[in-house]
Design a protein around this ligand. Structure first.
Ligand code: SF4
Ligand code: SF4
Length: 160
């Protein structure tokens, strides 16, 4: 990719930040920081503890992940496939979408291979819920206590 300036744009910074999270996840770490700050009992970060809380809530309150009953909860609104960027500790949900998203059908064009094709694609589960990446009307998080949905922003990723 050609760069005319060494100064990163907001879009590049957002993508770099998101890719860092994905890399850590694939390396088996769920924290974005290696520091001791924010670590609680047992050396776990607040983020890890929150993911574990959500996992427990999911087990108690929703059908088993991946089961037909779990899949049936999805309304196929497609909102989780729209671009998301961090603003401070909050995600913003934009009006531009992933390149594999079909805006006519609201479906993924490569569903079976989505995690291989798109490194920013996260499965619906505790991790994306902890990040606040699902819209407030998504059935998977509607009843989740303390859930903080993304801010909906009427801009594309190129406009931020
Ligand atoms: S936001 Fe929720 S309901 Fe909508 S497509 Fe994503 S998982 Fe399904
Ligand atoms: S790759 Fe992931 S984010 Fe992109 S359209 Fe498919 S399911 Fe949505």
């Amino acid at each position: 990719m050609a760069r005319k300036s060494s100064r990163k744009t907001a879009k590049q910074r957002a993508i770099d930040s998101a890719l860092a999270v994905v890399r850590e996840r694939r390396n088996g770490r769920s924290s974005t920081s290696g520091s001791k700050a924010g670590r609680g009992a047992g050396g776990k970060t607040k983020k890890q503890l929150e993911i574990e809380r959500i996992e427990r809530w999911l087990k108690r309150n929703l059908p088993p992940q991946g089961s037909p009953e779990w899949e049936a909860l999805c309304t196929e609104c497609g909102k989780c496939c729209y671009d998301k960027v961090w603003r401070g500790s909050r995600l913003m949900l934009l009006k531009s979408a992933c390149g594999y998203f079909d805006t006519k059908t609201n479906l993924c064009k490569c569903y079976e291979d989505r995690f291989d094709n798109e490194p920013l694609c996260l499965p619906v589960g505790a991790e994306i819920m902890q990040m606040g990446g699902l819209p407030e009307d998504c059935p998977y998080v509607q009843e989740l206590p303390g859930y903080r949905p993304p801010l909906v922003v009427d801009k594309t990723i190129d406009e931020i």
